[in-house]
Ligand binder design. Structure first.
Ligand code: HEC
Length: 170
């Protein structure tokens, strides 16, 4: 019975450690509760702020990582996405639609939100968007997000006539 007693003791130790972890860290991460923040002078109602980036450098980052190989950006002269099976959403329309944190999540955790039925997901349901987390630097991410936020769809008169005509035919 030594073995089973050891097993019970080991189980109790694991439960105790998990409890300590939860109350020390898990509890403090519950949004809106702010538990523990006061201990070191964090302001009430604290929320993370996203630092400003440089949109011009972000455009270079977009080109460097060839984001255009899957994403059209209307109004930009990047190469046309070559492989229709990998194509993600057009991004110029997204600029006004989302705040910085949305773009951050889309880039560092693409599986968090995947629009279904658009060909965006792989066979296992995950996003076709690859991970750049091992290569993109934090500064590159800041700049890239700043760039995405400046994007605006070009006005209808600026060369999008063919595209609109194509829609009108239907
Ligand atoms: C292999 C193709 C591929 C590449 C390369 C790629 N993406 Fe994506 N991306 C996708 C797909 C597919 C989606 C839609 C599914 C999703 O939201 O994860 C997407 C979604 C996004 C979205 C969210 C759009 C929305 O509708 O909410 C952003 C922003 C984005 N990508 C930016 C980038 C940036 C920046 C890069 C380069 C660092 C990049 N992507 C590279 C395929 C790609």
């Amino acid at each position: 019975m030594v073995t089973s007693r050891n097993g019970i003791v080991a189980g109790a130790v694991v439960i105790a450690l998990l409890s300590v972890w939860f109350f020390r860290f898990g509890g403090a991460q519950v949004p809106g509760q702010g538990t523990g923040h006061g201990d070191h002078g964090t302001p009430a109602g604290w929320r993370p702020t996203w630092p400003a980036g440089d949109p011009a450098r972000g455009r270079d980052v977009f080109a460097k990582y060839e984001c255009f190989s899957c994403h059209e950006v209307r109004g930009e002269p990047f190469a046309v996405p070559p492989d229709a099976g990998n194509v993600g959403p057009e991004l110029a329309a997204m600029g006004p639609a989302h705040e910085a944190e949305y773009f951050v999540e889309a880039i560092i955790n693409p599986n968090a939100v995947v629009e279904r039925g658009q060909g965006y997901e792989a066979a296992d349901g995950s996003s076709k968007m690859p991970s750049f987390n091992d290569t993109l630097t934090v500064q590159e991410l800041l700049d890239l997000v700043a760039y995405l936020r400046t994007l605006r769809p070009p006005p209808p008169s600026s060369g999008a006539v063919g595209e609109q005509g194509g829609h009108a035919i239907h």
